[in-house]
Write a protein that binds this ligand. Structure first.
Ligand code: ADP
Length: 626
Protein backbone atom coordinates (compact mmCIF):
# COMPACT_ATOMS: atom_id res chain seq x y z
CA UNK A 1 0.00 0.00 0.00
CA UNK A 2 1.41 3.36 -1.07
CA UNK A 3 2.31 5.78 1.58
CA UNK A 4 0.98 9.30 1.18
CA UNK A 5 2.94 12.41 1.98
CA UNK A 6 1.66 15.03 4.33
CA UNK A 7 1.15 18.40 2.68
CA UNK A 8 4.52 20.08 2.80
CA UNK A 9 3.93 22.67 5.54
CA UNK A 10 2.30 20.00 7.67
CA UNK A 11 5.40 17.93 7.29
CA UNK A 12 7.65 20.68 8.58
CA UNK A 13 5.29 21.34 11.43
CA UNK A 14 5.27 17.69 12.33
CA UNK A 15 9.05 17.62 12.36
CA UNK A 16 9.01 20.41 14.87
CA UNK A 17 6.30 18.78 16.88
CA UNK A 18 8.12 15.51 17.08
CA UNK A 19 11.28 17.24 18.10
CA UNK A 20 8.94 18.61 20.69
CA UNK A 21 9.53 22.26 20.77
CA UNK A 22 6.25 22.32 22.59
CA UNK A 23 7.37 21.94 26.16
CA UNK A 24 4.25 20.59 27.76
CA UNK A 25 3.76 17.11 26.32
CA UNK A 26 0.84 16.39 28.66
CA UNK A 27 -1.53 18.44 26.56
CA UNK A 28 -1.81 15.77 23.86
CA UNK A 29 -4.36 13.94 25.99
CA UNK A 30 -6.65 16.90 26.40
CA UNK A 31 -6.43 17.50 22.63
CA UNK A 32 -7.55 13.95 21.84
CA UNK A 33 -10.30 14.03 24.45
CA UNK A 34 -11.45 17.38 23.23
CA UNK A 35 -11.71 16.08 19.65
CA UNK A 36 -13.65 13.07 20.91
CA UNK A 37 -16.01 15.33 22.81
CA UNK A 38 -16.57 17.46 19.67
CA UNK A 39 -17.39 14.28 17.73
CA UNK A 40 -19.96 13.34 20.39
CA UNK A 41 -21.44 16.85 20.30
CA UNK A 42 -21.74 16.59 16.54
CA UNK A 43 -23.56 13.27 16.52
CA UNK A 44 -25.92 14.33 19.28
CA UNK A 45 -26.79 17.54 17.50
CA UNK A 46 -27.33 15.58 14.28
CA UNK A 47 -29.69 13.21 16.10
CA UNK A 48 -31.90 16.15 17.05
CA UNK A 49 -32.44 17.20 13.47
CA UNK A 50 -31.96 13.99 11.48
CA UNK A 51 -34.30 11.13 12.33
CA UNK A 52 -32.04 8.57 10.63
CA UNK A 53 -29.39 9.17 13.27
CA UNK A 54 -30.46 7.41 16.41
CA UNK A 55 -28.35 7.93 19.49
CA UNK A 56 -29.17 8.44 23.12
CA UNK A 57 -27.32 11.13 25.00
CA UNK A 58 -26.61 8.77 27.89
CA UNK A 59 -24.85 6.25 25.65
CA UNK A 60 -22.30 8.74 24.35
CA UNK A 61 -18.92 8.28 25.98
CA UNK A 62 -15.16 8.50 25.73
CA UNK A 63 -12.99 5.59 26.76
CA UNK A 64 -9.33 5.44 27.73
CA UNK A 65 -7.44 2.13 27.59
CA UNK A 66 -3.80 1.36 28.11
CA UNK A 67 -1.49 -1.62 27.86
CA UNK A 68 1.79 -1.25 29.72
CA UNK A 69 3.52 -4.22 28.05
CA UNK A 70 2.65 -3.28 24.48
CA UNK A 71 3.07 0.43 25.32
CA UNK A 72 -0.33 1.31 23.87
CA UNK A 73 -2.70 4.05 24.91
CA UNK A 74 -6.05 4.54 23.17
CA UNK A 75 -8.80 7.13 23.23
CA UNK A 76 -12.16 5.98 21.81
CA UNK A 77 -15.46 7.69 21.24
CA UNK A 78 -18.79 6.66 19.74
CA UNK A 79 -19.22 10.02 18.02
CA UNK A 80 -19.76 10.97 14.40
CA UNK A 81 -16.60 9.25 13.12
CA UNK A 82 -14.85 10.09 9.87
CA UNK A 83 -15.27 8.84 6.30
CA UNK A 84 -12.20 7.94 4.26
CA UNK A 85 -12.22 11.41 2.70
CA UNK A 86 -12.55 13.06 6.09
CA UNK A 87 -9.62 11.08 7.45
CA UNK A 88 -7.61 12.28 4.50
CA UNK A 89 -8.73 15.91 4.76
CA UNK A 90 -8.64 16.26 8.51
CA UNK A 91 -5.52 14.33 9.33
CA UNK A 92 -3.49 14.84 6.15
CA UNK A 93 -3.10 18.56 6.61
CA UNK A 94 -2.28 20.31 9.78
CA UNK A 95 -3.14 23.87 9.09
CA UNK A 96 -6.15 23.90 6.90
CA UNK A 97 -6.24 27.65 6.74
CA UNK A 98 -3.55 27.79 4.08
CA UNK A 99 -2.07 31.02 5.37
CA UNK A 100 0.21 28.98 7.55
CA UNK A 101 3.90 29.20 6.85
CA UNK A 102 7.23 29.23 8.58
CA UNK A 103 9.77 31.73 7.48
CA UNK A 104 13.34 30.65 7.05
CA UNK A 105 14.93 32.74 9.76
CA UNK A 106 12.33 32.37 12.47
CA UNK A 107 13.45 31.69 16.00
CA UNK A 108 12.19 28.72 17.94
CA UNK A 109 9.91 30.94 20.00
CA UNK A 110 8.35 32.43 16.91
CA UNK A 111 7.69 28.95 15.60
CA UNK A 112 6.07 27.92 18.87
CA UNK A 113 3.94 31.02 18.54
CA UNK A 114 2.70 29.97 15.13
CA UNK A 115 2.08 26.43 16.20
CA UNK A 116 0.19 27.69 19.21
CA UNK A 117 -1.92 29.98 17.12
CA UNK A 118 -3.06 27.21 14.85
CA UNK A 119 -3.74 24.72 17.60
CA UNK A 120 -2.04 21.55 16.48
CA UNK A 121 -4.63 19.39 18.18
CA UNK A 122 -4.37 15.84 17.02
CA UNK A 123 -0.74 16.16 15.89
CA UNK A 124 0.44 16.87 19.41
CA UNK A 125 0.07 13.11 19.96
CA UNK A 126 3.26 12.68 17.91
CA UNK A 127 5.16 14.26 20.79
CA UNK A 128 4.67 11.08 22.77
CA UNK A 129 4.18 8.40 20.13
CA UNK A 130 6.28 6.57 17.56
CA UNK A 131 3.20 5.55 15.66
CA UNK A 132 -0.47 6.51 15.64
CA UNK A 133 -3.43 4.51 14.38
CA UNK A 134 -6.84 6.04 13.83
CA UNK A 135 -9.66 3.58 13.29
CA UNK A 136 -12.85 5.35 12.36
CA UNK A 137 -16.33 4.66 11.05
CA UNK A 138 -18.56 7.54 10.05
CA UNK A 139 -22.30 7.62 10.80
CA UNK A 140 -22.70 8.29 7.10
CA UNK A 141 -20.83 5.20 5.96
CA UNK A 142 -20.99 1.42 6.23
CA UNK A 143 -17.24 1.10 6.03
CA UNK A 144 -14.52 1.66 8.56
CA UNK A 145 -10.99 2.86 7.70
CA UNK A 146 -7.66 2.71 9.41
CA UNK A 147 -5.29 5.67 9.15
CA UNK A 148 -1.71 5.00 10.21
CA UNK A 149 1.35 7.15 10.51
CA UNK A 150 4.79 7.02 12.03
CA UNK A 151 5.30 10.74 11.79
CA UNK A 152 6.65 13.13 9.23
CA UNK A 153 7.26 10.44 6.60
CA UNK A 154 3.60 10.26 5.68
CA UNK A 155 0.53 8.23 6.37
CA UNK A 156 -1.55 5.44 4.87
CA UNK A 157 -5.24 4.67 4.84
CA UNK A 158 -6.77 1.23 4.39
CA UNK A 159 -10.15 -0.39 4.69
CA UNK A 160 -10.81 -2.00 8.03
CA UNK A 161 -13.69 -3.05 10.22
CA UNK A 162 -15.28 -1.63 13.33
CA UNK A 163 -18.45 -2.14 15.31
CA UNK A 164 -20.60 1.01 15.38
CA UNK A 165 -19.74 4.57 14.47
CA UNK A 166 -16.98 6.47 16.18
CA UNK A 167 -13.22 6.70 16.39
CA UNK A 168 -10.45 4.90 18.24
CA UNK A 169 -7.07 6.56 18.32
CA UNK A 170 -4.24 4.28 19.40
CA UNK A 171 -0.85 5.68 20.34
CA UNK A 172 2.32 3.61 20.37
CA UNK A 173 3.99 5.36 23.28
CA UNK A 174 7.71 6.18 22.85
CA UNK A 175 10.39 4.42 24.88
CA UNK A 176 11.66 6.34 27.90
CA UNK A 177 14.75 8.48 27.41
CA UNK A 178 17.15 10.17 29.81
CA UNK A 179 15.19 13.36 29.40
CA UNK A 180 11.67 12.10 29.56
CA UNK A 181 9.72 9.26 31.02
CA UNK A 182 7.08 8.53 28.41
CA UNK A 183 5.85 5.57 30.47
CA UNK A 184 3.93 8.00 32.63
CA UNK A 185 1.27 7.93 29.90
CA UNK A 186 0.78 4.23 30.59
CA UNK A 187 0.24 4.71 34.27
CA UNK A 188 -3.23 4.58 35.71
CA UNK A 189 -2.63 7.17 38.38
CA UNK A 190 -0.97 9.64 35.99
CA UNK A 191 -3.73 9.27 33.41
CA UNK A 192 -6.40 9.85 36.04
CA UNK A 193 -4.65 13.02 37.12
CA UNK A 194 -4.23 14.32 33.59
CA UNK A 195 -7.91 13.87 32.88
CA UNK A 196 -8.84 15.62 36.12
CA UNK A 197 -6.47 18.45 35.40
CA UNK A 198 -7.26 19.17 31.77
CA UNK A 199 -10.55 17.55 30.86
CA UNK A 200 -12.72 17.54 33.93
CA UNK A 201 -15.35 19.83 32.39
CA UNK A 202 -15.93 17.59 29.35
CA UNK A 203 -19.66 16.89 29.38
CA UNK A 204 -19.42 13.26 28.37
CA UNK A 205 -18.11 10.55 30.68
CA UNK A 206 -14.44 9.72 30.21
CA UNK A 207 -14.19 6.14 31.32
CA UNK A 208 -11.22 4.01 32.27
CA UNK A 209 -10.72 0.76 34.12
CA UNK A 210 -9.40 1.62 37.51
CA UNK A 211 -7.80 -0.78 39.97
CA UNK A 212 -9.45 -1.24 43.33
CA UNK A 213 -7.69 -2.78 46.27
CA UNK A 214 -10.10 -4.86 48.24
CA UNK A 215 -9.55 -6.48 51.58
CA UNK A 216 -10.17 -10.19 51.09
CA UNK A 217 -9.22 -11.59 54.41
CA UNK A 218 -9.01 -9.36 57.43
CA UNK A 219 -7.03 -11.77 59.54
CA UNK A 220 -4.38 -12.57 57.01
CA UNK A 221 -4.31 -9.00 55.70
CA UNK A 222 -4.91 -10.28 52.23
CA UNK A 223 -5.93 -7.89 49.51
CA UNK A 224 -7.16 -8.54 46.08
CA UNK A 225 -7.01 -6.20 43.12
CA UNK A 226 -9.88 -5.96 40.77
CA UNK A 227 -10.63 -3.56 37.97
CA UNK A 228 -13.74 -1.49 37.57
CA UNK A 229 -14.85 0.91 34.89
CA UNK A 230 -14.92 4.41 36.36
CA UNK A 231 -15.83 7.84 35.13
CA UNK A 232 -12.80 10.07 35.67
CA UNK A 233 -14.32 13.50 35.08
CA UNK A 234 -16.98 15.36 37.03
CA UNK A 235 -18.73 16.26 33.72
CA UNK A 236 -19.87 19.57 35.08
CA UNK A 237 -19.15 22.22 32.47
CA UNK A 238 -16.75 24.71 33.96
CA UNK A 239 -19.18 27.58 33.46
CA UNK A 240 -21.77 25.81 35.59
CA UNK A 241 -19.45 25.46 38.54
CA UNK A 242 -19.40 27.98 41.34
CA UNK A 243 -16.63 30.53 40.87
CA UNK A 244 -15.21 29.63 44.26
CA UNK A 245 -14.87 25.98 43.23
CA UNK A 246 -12.80 26.73 40.17
CA UNK A 247 -9.09 27.48 40.25
CA UNK A 248 -7.67 30.17 38.02
CA UNK A 249 -5.57 27.49 36.38
CA UNK A 250 -8.72 25.54 35.47
CA UNK A 251 -10.17 28.55 33.67
CA UNK A 252 -6.87 29.09 31.88
CA UNK A 253 -6.66 25.46 30.79
CA UNK A 254 -10.24 25.48 29.59
CA UNK A 255 -9.62 28.64 27.58
CA UNK A 256 -6.40 27.41 26.00
CA UNK A 257 -7.98 24.11 25.03
CA UNK A 258 -11.29 25.39 23.77
CA UNK A 259 -10.03 28.45 21.92
CA UNK A 260 -6.71 27.10 20.71
CA UNK A 261 -4.48 29.62 22.37
CA UNK A 262 -1.01 28.93 23.67
CA UNK A 263 -1.24 31.75 26.16
CA UNK A 264 -3.40 32.30 29.20
CA UNK A 265 -6.19 34.84 28.81
CA UNK A 266 -5.65 38.37 30.09
CA UNK A 267 -9.02 38.33 31.83
CA UNK A 268 -11.69 35.80 32.72
CA UNK A 269 -15.20 37.17 33.18
CA UNK A 270 -17.75 34.76 34.52
CA UNK A 271 -21.34 35.57 35.28
CA UNK A 272 -24.53 33.90 36.21
CA UNK A 273 -27.73 35.79 35.55
CA UNK A 274 -31.20 34.89 36.79
CA UNK A 275 -34.24 36.76 35.59
CA UNK A 276 -36.45 37.14 32.56
CA UNK A 277 -33.75 35.34 30.67
CA UNK A 278 -31.37 33.23 32.71
CA UNK A 279 -27.94 32.28 31.51
CA UNK A 280 -24.40 31.59 32.54
CA UNK A 281 -21.50 33.01 30.64
CA UNK A 282 -17.78 32.56 30.75
CA UNK A 283 -15.90 35.14 28.74
CA UNK A 284 -12.22 35.62 28.04
CA UNK A 285 -10.18 38.56 26.88
CA UNK A 286 -7.15 37.11 25.09
CA UNK A 287 -3.73 38.43 26.03
CA UNK A 288 -2.73 38.83 22.40
CA UNK A 289 -4.57 39.20 19.12
CA UNK A 290 -5.35 35.94 17.30
CA UNK A 291 -3.12 35.58 14.24
CA UNK A 292 -6.00 36.32 11.88
CA UNK A 293 -7.69 38.98 14.02
CA UNK A 294 -7.10 41.87 11.66
CA UNK A 295 -8.04 39.89 8.55
CA UNK A 296 -11.32 39.24 6.74
CA UNK A 297 -11.20 35.60 7.80
CA UNK A 298 -11.65 36.32 11.49
CA UNK A 299 -15.11 35.42 12.73
CA UNK A 300 -16.34 36.90 15.95
CA UNK A 301 -18.77 35.09 18.20
CA UNK A 302 -19.39 33.16 21.39
CA UNK A 303 -20.12 29.45 21.68
CA UNK A 304 -23.80 29.08 22.45
CA UNK A 305 -25.21 26.25 24.56
CA UNK A 306 -28.70 25.38 25.55
CA UNK A 307 -28.49 23.75 28.94
CA UNK A 308 -25.13 22.13 28.30
CA UNK A 309 -25.73 21.15 24.67
CA UNK A 310 -23.92 23.17 22.07
CA UNK A 311 -26.22 24.80 19.52
CA UNK A 312 -23.81 27.12 17.78
CA UNK A 313 -20.04 27.28 17.74
CA UNK A 314 -19.79 30.98 17.01
CA UNK A 315 -22.85 33.06 17.62
CA UNK A 316 -21.91 36.44 16.15
CA UNK A 317 -25.00 38.23 17.42
CA UNK A 318 -23.79 37.93 20.99
CA UNK A 319 -20.91 40.40 20.49
CA UNK A 320 -20.71 43.91 19.12
CA UNK A 321 -17.94 44.41 16.56
CA UNK A 322 -15.91 46.53 18.93
CA UNK A 323 -15.65 43.59 21.33
CA UNK A 324 -15.08 41.02 18.59
CA UNK A 325 -11.86 39.86 20.26
CA UNK A 326 -13.75 38.38 23.23
CA UNK A 327 -13.98 34.58 23.31
CA UNK A 328 -16.28 32.51 25.44
CA UNK A 329 -19.31 30.45 26.15
CA UNK A 330 -22.94 31.31 26.86
CA UNK A 331 -25.34 28.72 28.21
CA UNK A 332 -29.04 29.42 28.61
CA UNK A 333 -31.95 27.16 29.40
CA UNK A 334 -34.26 29.68 27.80
CA UNK A 335 -33.04 28.95 24.30
CA UNK A 336 -34.66 26.04 22.52
CA UNK A 337 -32.41 23.35 21.15
CA UNK A 338 -34.30 22.93 17.92
CA UNK A 339 -34.60 26.56 17.05
CA UNK A 340 -33.39 27.49 13.58
CA UNK A 341 -30.59 29.99 13.21
CA UNK A 342 -32.88 32.56 11.64
CA UNK A 343 -35.33 32.37 14.51
CA UNK A 344 -32.54 32.37 17.03
CA UNK A 345 -31.27 35.68 15.70
CA UNK A 346 -34.73 37.15 16.19
CA UNK A 347 -35.12 35.74 19.68
CA UNK A 348 -35.68 38.34 22.37
CA UNK A 349 -33.79 36.22 24.88
CA UNK A 350 -30.72 36.25 22.69
CA UNK A 351 -30.93 40.01 22.25
CA UNK A 352 -31.22 40.49 25.97
CA UNK A 353 -28.23 38.25 26.65
CA UNK A 354 -26.19 40.14 24.05
CA UNK A 355 -27.06 43.44 25.68
CA UNK A 356 -26.05 42.19 29.13
CA UNK A 357 -22.83 40.74 27.83
CA UNK A 358 -21.82 43.98 26.14
CA UNK A 359 -22.42 45.86 29.37
CA UNK A 360 -20.53 43.28 31.40
CA UNK A 361 -17.44 43.42 29.20
CA UNK A 362 -17.50 47.20 29.23
CA UNK A 363 -17.75 47.31 33.02
CA UNK A 364 -14.88 44.89 33.34
CA UNK A 365 -12.69 47.03 31.09
CA UNK A 366 -13.61 50.20 32.95
CA UNK A 367 -12.66 48.59 36.24
CA UNK A 368 -9.42 47.31 34.77
CA UNK A 369 -8.54 50.82 33.56
CA UNK A 370 -9.25 52.23 37.00
CA UNK A 371 -7.60 49.57 39.09
CA UNK A 372 -4.95 47.93 36.95
CA UNK A 373 -3.71 50.53 34.55
CA UNK A 374 -0.70 48.57 33.32
CA UNK A 375 -2.87 45.58 32.43
CA UNK A 376 -5.34 47.86 30.71
CA UNK A 377 -2.62 49.52 28.68
CA UNK A 378 -1.34 46.16 27.56
CA UNK A 379 -4.90 45.30 26.56
CA UNK A 380 -5.33 48.64 24.82
CA UNK A 381 -2.14 48.27 22.83
CA UNK A 382 -3.50 45.01 21.47
CA UNK A 383 -7.17 45.79 20.92
CA UNK A 384 -7.45 49.59 21.23
CA UNK A 385 -7.80 50.06 17.48
CA UNK A 386 -10.97 47.98 17.65
CA UNK A 387 -12.43 50.21 20.37
CA UNK A 388 -11.54 53.36 18.43
CA UNK A 389 -13.12 51.84 15.37
CA UNK A 390 -16.23 51.24 17.51
CA UNK A 391 -16.34 54.95 18.35
CA UNK A 392 -16.78 56.08 14.76
CA UNK A 393 -18.47 53.04 13.26
CA UNK A 394 -22.26 53.28 12.71
CA UNK A 395 -22.00 57.08 12.53
CA UNK A 396 -20.82 57.18 16.11
CA UNK A 397 -23.88 55.37 17.52
CA UNK A 398 -21.82 53.71 20.26
CA UNK A 399 -19.39 56.51 20.96
CA UNK A 400 -20.75 57.30 24.41
CA UNK A 401 -20.23 53.72 25.53
CA UNK A 402 -16.63 53.75 24.44
CA UNK A 403 -15.35 57.29 24.91
CA UNK A 404 -13.97 56.56 28.36
CA UNK A 405 -12.19 53.43 27.24
CA UNK A 406 -10.07 54.97 24.50
CA UNK A 407 -6.61 56.35 25.21
CA UNK A 408 -4.26 58.59 23.27
CA UNK A 409 -0.61 59.54 23.55
CA UNK A 410 -0.11 62.71 25.54
CA UNK A 411 2.71 65.06 24.52
CA UNK A 412 2.99 66.28 28.08
CA UNK A 413 3.04 62.93 29.87
CA UNK A 414 4.71 61.01 27.05
CA UNK A 415 2.35 58.10 27.54
CA UNK A 416 -1.25 57.06 26.96
CA UNK A 417 -3.95 58.99 28.79
CA UNK A 418 -7.75 59.04 28.71
CA UNK A 419 -9.85 61.94 27.50
CA UNK A 420 -11.12 62.56 30.99
CA UNK A 421 -7.54 62.87 32.21
CA UNK A 422 -6.77 65.35 29.45
CA UNK A 423 -9.77 67.50 30.29
CA UNK A 424 -9.06 67.47 34.01
CA UNK A 425 -5.66 69.04 33.34
CA UNK A 426 -6.75 71.70 30.89
CA UNK A 427 -5.69 75.26 31.58
CA UNK A 428 -8.40 77.65 32.63
CA UNK A 429 -8.39 79.68 29.42
CA UNK A 430 -8.00 76.59 27.22
CA UNK A 431 -11.24 75.75 25.48
CA UNK A 432 -10.29 72.93 23.14
CA UNK A 433 -8.74 69.48 23.26
CA UNK A 434 -5.77 69.72 20.92
CA UNK A 435 -4.51 66.90 18.80
CA UNK A 436 -1.97 66.48 16.05
CA UNK A 437 -1.58 63.54 13.76
CA UNK A 438 1.19 61.96 11.79
CA UNK A 439 2.99 58.75 11.02
CA UNK A 440 4.97 58.62 14.27
CA UNK A 441 5.39 60.50 17.54
CA UNK A 442 8.73 61.89 16.30
CA UNK A 443 7.21 63.18 13.09
CA UNK A 444 4.33 64.84 14.93
CA UNK A 445 6.70 66.42 17.41
CA UNK A 446 8.49 68.21 14.61
CA UNK A 447 5.35 69.63 13.01
CA UNK A 448 5.58 73.44 12.95
CA UNK A 449 1.98 73.74 14.16
CA UNK A 450 2.73 71.81 17.33
CA UNK A 451 5.23 74.38 18.55
CA UNK A 452 2.76 77.17 19.12
CA UNK A 453 0.35 75.07 21.15
CA UNK A 454 3.09 73.53 23.28
CA UNK A 455 4.46 77.04 23.88
CA UNK A 456 1.22 77.88 25.62
CA UNK A 457 1.80 74.80 27.79
CA UNK A 458 -1.28 73.08 26.48
CA UNK A 459 -1.10 69.33 26.19
CA UNK A 460 -1.56 67.80 22.73
CA UNK A 461 -2.79 64.31 21.93
CA UNK A 462 -0.54 62.77 19.32
CA UNK A 463 -2.44 60.51 16.96
CA UNK A 464 -0.56 57.84 15.07
CA UNK A 465 -3.27 55.27 14.24
CA UNK A 466 -5.10 55.74 10.99
CA UNK A 467 -8.42 55.44 12.82
CA UNK A 468 -7.62 58.12 15.39
CA UNK A 469 -8.74 61.20 13.55
CA UNK A 470 -11.95 59.56 12.42
CA UNK A 471 -12.52 58.75 16.05
CA UNK A 472 -12.06 62.43 17.01
CA UNK A 473 -14.37 63.53 14.22
CA UNK A 474 -17.07 61.14 15.44
CA UNK A 475 -16.67 62.26 19.05
CA UNK A 476 -16.71 65.97 18.16
CA UNK A 477 -16.39 66.93 21.80
CA UNK A 478 -15.73 65.56 25.24
CA UNK A 479 -17.36 67.15 28.28
CA UNK A 480 -18.21 70.15 26.17
CA UNK A 481 -14.63 70.63 24.95
CA UNK A 482 -14.23 70.52 21.21
CA UNK A 483 -11.50 68.50 19.56
CA UNK A 484 -9.23 70.72 17.52
CA UNK A 485 -6.52 69.67 15.13
CA UNK A 486 -3.45 71.88 15.54
CA UNK A 487 -3.18 71.77 11.74
CA UNK A 488 -6.64 73.20 11.32
CA UNK A 489 -6.41 76.58 9.61
CA UNK A 490 -8.90 78.07 12.02
CA UNK A 491 -6.75 77.33 15.05
CA UNK A 492 -6.96 80.50 16.99
CA UNK A 493 -4.49 81.08 19.77
CA UNK A 494 -3.40 84.62 19.05
CA UNK A 495 -4.17 87.68 21.12
CA UNK A 496 -6.43 90.39 19.69
CA UNK A 497 -3.42 92.58 18.77
CA UNK A 498 -1.66 89.71 17.07
CA UNK A 499 -4.79 88.95 15.12
CA UNK A 500 -5.10 92.55 14.00
CA UNK A 501 -1.46 92.61 12.92
CA UNK A 502 -1.81 89.38 10.94
CA UNK A 503 -4.97 90.61 9.30
CA UNK A 504 -3.21 93.78 8.22
CA UNK A 505 -0.21 91.98 6.74
CA UNK A 506 -2.52 89.77 4.75
CA UNK A 507 -4.53 92.71 3.47
CA UNK A 508 -1.42 94.68 2.55
CA UNK A 509 -0.07 91.76 0.56
CA UNK A 510 -3.26 90.55 -1.05
CA UNK A 511 -1.84 90.60 -4.58
CA UNK A 512 1.30 88.75 -3.63
CA UNK A 513 -0.61 86.02 -1.84
CA UNK A 514 -3.03 85.68 -4.73
CA UNK A 515 -0.12 85.32 -7.12
CA UNK A 516 1.31 82.53 -5.00
CA UNK A 517 -2.07 80.82 -4.81
CA UNK A 518 -2.38 80.96 -8.61
CA UNK A 519 1.06 79.41 -8.92
CA UNK A 520 0.16 76.35 -6.79
CA UNK A 521 -3.14 75.03 -8.03
CA UNK A 522 -3.77 72.51 -5.23
CA UNK A 523 -3.99 74.95 -2.33
CA UNK A 524 -7.14 76.82 -1.46
CA UNK A 525 -5.33 79.75 0.05
CA UNK A 526 -1.91 81.19 0.84
CA UNK A 527 -1.53 83.45 3.85
CA UNK A 528 0.94 85.00 6.24
CA UNK A 529 0.58 83.77 9.76
CA UNK A 530 1.84 84.38 13.23
CA UNK A 531 1.47 80.88 14.53
CA UNK A 532 4.83 79.59 13.38
CA UNK A 533 7.69 80.21 15.75
CA UNK A 534 10.86 79.05 14.01
CA UNK A 535 9.59 77.27 10.90
CA UNK A 536 9.20 79.20 7.64
CA UNK A 537 6.09 77.41 6.31
CA UNK A 538 3.39 74.88 7.09
CA UNK A 539 0.35 73.33 5.52
CA UNK A 540 -2.97 73.58 7.33
CA UNK A 541 -6.47 72.62 6.31
CA UNK A 542 -9.92 74.15 6.10
CA UNK A 543 -13.06 72.05 6.55
CA UNK A 544 -13.59 68.55 7.91
CA UNK A 545 -10.94 66.59 6.08
CA UNK A 546 -7.45 66.84 7.51
CA UNK A 547 -4.24 65.94 5.73
CA UNK A 548 -3.91 62.69 7.70
CA UNK A 549 -7.47 61.72 6.82
CA UNK A 550 -6.77 62.38 3.17
CA UNK A 551 -3.80 60.02 3.39
CA UNK A 552 -6.15 57.29 4.65
CA UNK A 553 -8.60 57.96 1.82
CA UNK A 554 -5.75 57.96 -0.70
CA UNK A 555 -4.65 54.54 0.53
CA UNK A 556 -8.09 53.03 -0.02
CA UNK A 557 -8.52 50.81 -3.08
CA UNK A 558 -11.33 52.85 -4.59
CA UNK A 559 -10.36 56.48 -4.76
CA UNK A 560 -13.36 58.41 -3.57
CA UNK A 561 -11.77 61.68 -4.57
CA UNK A 562 -12.01 63.06 -1.06
CA UNK A 563 -9.40 65.78 -0.72
CA UNK A 564 -8.38 68.02 2.13
CA UNK A 565 -8.65 71.75 1.46
CA UNK A 566 -5.12 72.91 2.14
CA UNK A 567 -3.77 76.30 3.10
CA UNK A 568 -0.10 77.27 2.77
CA UNK A 569 0.88 79.39 5.74
CA UNK A 570 4.03 81.49 5.69
CA UNK A 571 5.71 82.68 8.86
CA UNK A 572 5.45 86.42 8.77
CA UNK A 573 8.39 86.85 11.15
CA UNK A 574 10.72 84.66 9.14
CA UNK A 575 13.21 86.42 6.80
CA UNK A 576 11.66 84.52 3.91
CA UNK A 577 8.59 86.77 4.17
CA UNK A 578 10.63 89.87 3.33
CA UNK A 579 12.43 88.04 0.58
CA UNK A 580 9.12 87.12 -1.04
CA UNK A 581 7.93 90.69 -0.89
CA UNK A 582 11.10 91.90 -2.59
CA UNK A 583 11.01 89.25 -5.29
CA UNK A 584 7.34 89.91 -5.99
CA UNK A 585 8.25 93.46 -6.89
CA UNK A 586 11.53 92.78 -8.72
CA UNK A 587 11.72 89.32 -10.19
CA UNK A 588 8.52 87.46 -11.04
CA UNK A 589 10.36 84.38 -12.29
CA UNK A 590 12.36 83.96 -9.10
CA UNK A 591 9.19 84.63 -7.12
CA UNK A 592 7.56 81.66 -8.85
CA UNK A 593 10.58 79.44 -8.09
CA UNK A 594 10.48 80.37 -4.40
CA UNK A 595 6.76 79.73 -4.24
CA UNK A 596 7.16 76.24 -5.64
CA UNK A 597 10.04 75.38 -3.32
CA UNK A 598 8.25 76.66 -0.23
CA UNK A 599 5.12 74.71 -1.07
CA UNK A 600 7.17 71.54 -1.51
CA UNK A 601 8.80 72.13 1.87
CA UNK A 602 5.39 72.39 3.49
CA UNK A 603 4.31 69.14 1.85
CA UNK A 604 7.42 67.32 3.04
CA UNK A 605 6.84 68.49 6.61
CA UNK A 606 3.22 67.31 6.42
CA UNK A 607 4.43 63.91 5.21
CA UNK A 608 2.92 64.32 1.75
CA UNK A 609 4.60 63.24 -1.48
CA UNK A 610 5.91 65.70 -4.02
CA UNK A 611 4.44 65.18 -7.47
CA UNK A 612 7.30 66.79 -9.38
CA UNK A 613 10.49 65.99 -7.44
CA UNK A 614 12.83 66.39 -10.41
CA UNK A 615 11.57 69.86 -11.19
CA UNK A 616 11.76 70.91 -7.54
CA UNK A 617 15.29 69.65 -6.99
CA UNK A 618 16.39 71.46 -10.14
CA UNK A 619 14.82 74.68 -8.88
CA UNK A 620 16.57 74.28 -5.51
CA UNK A 621 19.90 73.84 -7.24
CA UNK A 622 19.28 76.91 -9.37
CA UNK A 623 18.76 78.95 -6.21
CA UNK A 624 21.74 77.39 -4.45
CA UNK A 625 24.11 78.08 -7.30
CA UNK A 626 23.24 81.78 -7.49
P1 ADP B 1 -8.99 20.81 15.49
O1 ADP B 1 -9.62 19.92 16.49
O2 ADP B 1 -8.40 22.05 16.07
O3 ADP B 1 -9.86 21.10 14.30
P2 ADP B 1 -7.26 18.56 15.02
O4 ADP B 1 -5.97 18.43 14.26
O5 ADP B 1 -7.23 18.15 16.43
O6 ADP B 1 -7.70 20.06 14.87
O7 ADP B 1 -8.34 17.71 14.28
C1 ADP B 1 -8.60 17.91 12.93
C2 ADP B 1 -9.98 17.45 12.57
O8 ADP B 1 -10.07 16.03 12.59
C3 ADP B 1 -11.08 17.89 13.51
O9 ADP B 1 -11.53 19.19 13.20
C4 ADP B 1 -12.16 16.84 13.27
O10 ADP B 1 -12.93 17.17 12.13
C5 ADP B 1 -11.36 15.60 12.96
N1 ADP B 1 -11.27 14.72 14.13
C6 ADP B 1 -10.25 14.62 14.99
N2 ADP B 1 -10.51 13.72 15.95
C7 ADP B 1 -11.75 13.23 15.69
C8 ADP B 1 -12.62 12.27 16.33
N3 ADP B 1 -12.25 11.63 17.44
N4 ADP B 1 -13.82 12.04 15.75
C9 ADP B 1 -14.20 12.68 14.62
N5 ADP B 1 -13.44 13.60 13.99
C10 ADP B 1 -12.23 13.88 14.52
Amino acid sequence: MAKKEFKSESKRLLDLMINSIYTNKDIFLRELISNASDALDKIYYRSLTDKDVKVKRKDLEIKLEYDKEKRLLSVSDNGCGMTKEELEDNLGTIAKSGSFSFKENMTKDEKIDIIGQFGVGFYSAFMVSDKIEVLSKSVDSEEAYLWESEGADGYSIKKSSKKGHGTTITLHIKEDTDEFEYSKYLDEYELKNLVKKYSDYIRFPIQMEVTHHELKDEEKHEYEDHKELETLNSMIPIWKKKKSDVKEEDYDNFYMDKFNDYDKPLRVISSSVEGMTSYKSLLFIPSHAPYDYYTQEYEKGLALYSNGVMIMEKCADLLPDYFSFVKGVVDSEDLSLNISRELLQESQSLKLIAKNIEAKIRKELETMLKEERETYISFFKTFGVQLKYGVYNNYGADKDKLKDLVMFYSAKHEKLITLSEYVSEMKEEQDAIYYASGASIEKIQSLPQVEQVRDKEYDILYLTDYVDEFCMTALQEYEGKKFTNVSDGSLDLESEEEKEATKKVNEDNEDLLKAMCDEIKEVKEVRFSNKLKTHPVCLTTKGDVSIEMQKVFDAMPNDMGIKAETVLEINEKHPIAEKLKTLYKKDKEEFSTYTKILYSEARIIAGLPIDNPTEISKLICDVLSK
